[in-house]
Design a protein around this ligand. Structure first.
Ligand code: MTE
Ligand code: MO
Length: 451
C-alpha cells in the first residue's frame, strides 16, 4: 500500500507476533493465506480497532463478516499481499499499473489512477490473451477481410477505411468481462481484477455498421466472428488466441466501431494498433485487437472464448464453489453497473482535525446509464447522493463528486454504490458466483485514516 498508515502495520504486526496462525486465518477467512478479501473470523472488533490505529467512529455499524479494507490491503494479510503488487514496467505506461499476469501480459489500473475524465493511454489497462504481434511497419496497408453471410465479401486496407467512410470520435468505456473477479469468494479462476480492468478513452474510427452495410449482410447473417493477428502462446500460428463475436443487432449499433486512434493518437500496438474493434458496454473480449477479419455467421459464434463457461454467467444462481452445469449458462452481454472512488486513494492518511473530504469518482453500467451514485461513511447505515454528470455520448462513463463530513478523527471506510437506469444497484458483496467470476460488482470501498 503506497500511502499506508504506519500505525496500521505496526498493530497488525503485533497481532501476528502474538498469534500468527489465528491472525492469518482470521484475516483471510478461509484458513491461512487463501483470500485477499476474506471474512473476519476469530478477531473481534476490538482487535480490528487496534489494528486500524485505535478509533473506528462507526465501528459499531461494521457488518459482521466484512474484512476492514485496511486489513485486506495490509501486507501481512496473505502471502501474495506480502510480496506486494508487481508494478508494470512497459514503454509508455504508468508504473502505477499493477501486473496481474506476465505471460500473457495483463495489467490493471488502481482506482485512484482512473481520476481523469478521459483515461490517458499511459494509465489504460492491458489485457492480452496471447503474444503481441510485431508493430505494423505500414499501418495504412493493414488489411481487414469481411466475409461469410454477406452479398459482397471484400478486403479493405486501413488507409481505405480512413478515406472511404465517415470517421467519428466517441469517448467510451472499455471494460474487461472479468473486472471485479477478485471480489468473489471462493476464489474464481482467472486474472484477479479488482476494479481496474476498465478505462474510458476517446476512440476514433468508423462505424462497424457502415462497413457491414457495404458487405451487405444476408438475412442469414446473425452473428459476427472476430479474428486477429496476435500469436497463440503455444506458438501455433494457426490457432486463434481469442475469437469472439456479437449478435448482429449489437454489431449494428452506431457506437460499435473499427478504430485506429485513441485519445487522438495512433492506436498503440499494445492496445491493438494499428486497428481494432470497440464493442462498448459488453465484455472487452469482444473488442478484438489487431483486427484482420470479420466473419459473418449464420449461428452463434463458437471460437475460443465463446464456449463452456467463458464470458458466461449462471442463469439460475449456483452454489458458490460448485461444479458448473454448462446448460445453466448464458453469454454475458451488457456489463453490470459499477462505481469507483478515484480520489482520495485508498490508504490515504489525512491530517488530524480534517472533517471535510472531497470525493471524486466514476460510474458506468454496460449498455445502460447510471441513475445515481451514493456514498456512505458509516458502513452503509446511511447514504448520501453524489452529484453525477451526464455521459458525453452513449457508453461514456459518468463522473461523480461529493463531500463527506467526518465527525472525528479515526479510521473510516468510504463506500460508493451506483444504481443503473433500470434500478439495479451494486450489491454489498460480489453476487451470482460463477467459476470464472464474471459480473462481480460490489460497492467500492476505500480506507481513510484521519489523524
Ligand atoms: N486479438 C486480441 N484481441 C483482444 C484480446 C486478445 O487477447 N487478443 N483481449 C481482449 C480482452 S479480454 C480485453 S478486456 C480487451 C483489452 O483491451 P486493452 O488491452 O486495449 O485494454 O481486448 C480484447 N481484445
Ligand atoms: Mo477481458
Amino acid at each position: 500500500m503506497a500511502r499506508s498508515t504506519g500505525k496500521t502495520e505496526r498493530s497488525l504486526e503485533q497481532m501476528y507476533d502474538n498469534d500468527p496462525e489465528r491472525t492469518d486465518a482470521a484475516v483471510s477467512g478461509h484458513g491461512p493465506g487463501t483470500s485477499r478479501r476474506g471474512f473476519l473470523g476469530g478477531v473481534g472488533l476490538a482487535a480490528v480497532g487496534v489494528a486500524a490505529g485505535g478509533t473506528m467512529p462507526f465501528g459499531r455499524h461494521m457488518p459482521a463478516g466484512i474484512l476492514p479494507t485496511a486489513l485486506a490491503q495490509d501486507k501481512k494479510s496473505t502471502p501474495a499481499a506480502a510480496k506486494g503488487p508487481i508494478h508494470l514496467d512497459f514503454p509508455g505506461k504508468d508504473k502505477g499499473l499493477v501486473v496481474l499476469g506476465e505471460r500473457p501480459l495483463v495489467a490493471e489500473t488502481p482506482e485512484h489512477l482512473l481520476d481523469d475524465d478521459t483515461t490517458p493511454i499511459d494509465k489504460f489497462f492491458i489485457r492480452n490473451n496471447g503474444q503481441l504481434p510485431d508493430e505494423a511497419k505500414d499501418p495504412d496497408k493493414w488489411t481487414i477481410k469481411i466475409d461469410g453471410e454477406v452479398n459482397n465479401p471484400f478486403e479493405i486496407t486501413l488507409g481505405e477505411l480512413k478515406s472511404k467512410y465517415k470517421p467519428q470520435t466517441l469517448r467510451m468505456v472499455l471494460e474487461c468481462g472479468g473486472n471485479g473477479r477478485s471480489f468473489y469468494a471462493p476464489r474464481a479462476s482467472g486474472n484477479q481484477w479488482t476494479n481496474g480492468g476498465a478505462g474510458c478513452a476517446e476512440w476514433t474510427g468508423v462505424r462497424l455498421a457502415d462497413v457491414l452495410k457495404t458487405a451487405g449482410v444476408k438475412p442469414s447473417g446473425i452473428y459476427t466472428a472476430h479474428y486477429a493477428a496476435d500469436l497463440h502462446l503455444s506458438g501455433d500460428a494457426d490457432k486463434p488466441v481469442i475469437s469472439r463475436g456479437v449478435r448482429m443487432p449489437k454489431a449494428m449499433e452506431p457506437e460499435c466501431m473499427i478504430v485506429w486512434a485513441m485519445n487522438g493518437q495512433p492506436l498503440p500496438n499494445v492496445h491493438g494498433g494499428p486497428v481494432r474493434l470497440i464493442i462498448p458496454g459488453w465484455p472487452g473480449s469482444a473488442s478484438q485487437k489487431w483486427l484482420t477479419r470479420i466473419w459473418v455467421r449464420d449461428k452463434e459464434h463458437d471460437g475460443p472464448g465463446m464456449t463452456g463457461t467463458s464470458y458466461r454467467v449462471a442463469i439460475n444462481p449456483m452454489v458458490p464453489g460448485d461444479k458448473a452445469d454448462p446448460k445453466n449458462f448464458r453469454i454475458l452481454e451488457s456489463m453490470p453497473v459499477r462505481s469507483i472512488i478515484t480520489a482520495p486513494a485508498s490508504g490515504t492518511r489525512l491530517a488530524a482535525g480534517t472533517r471535510n473530504v472531497a470525493l471524486r469518482g466514476a460510474s458506468w453500467a454496460g449498455d445502460l446509464t447510471v441513475r445515481r451514485v451514493d456514498v456512505s461513511i458509516d458502513y452503509g447505515q446511511s447514504w448520501q447522493e453524489a452529484k453525477l454528470s451526464d455521459p458525453r455520448n452513449r457508453f461514456d462513463w459518468q463522473r461523480w463528486t461529493t463531500n463527506v463530513k467526518l465527525p472525528s478523527d479515526g479510521y473510516y471506510e468510504i463506500w460508493s454504490r451506483a444504481t443503473d437506469s433500470e434500478g439495479k444497484t451494486q450489491p454489498h458483496v460480489a453476487a451470482n458466483w460463477n467459476p470464472s467470476g464474471y459480473g462481480g460488482n460490489p460497492f467500492h470501498r476505500i480506507a481513510v485514516l484521519v489523524g
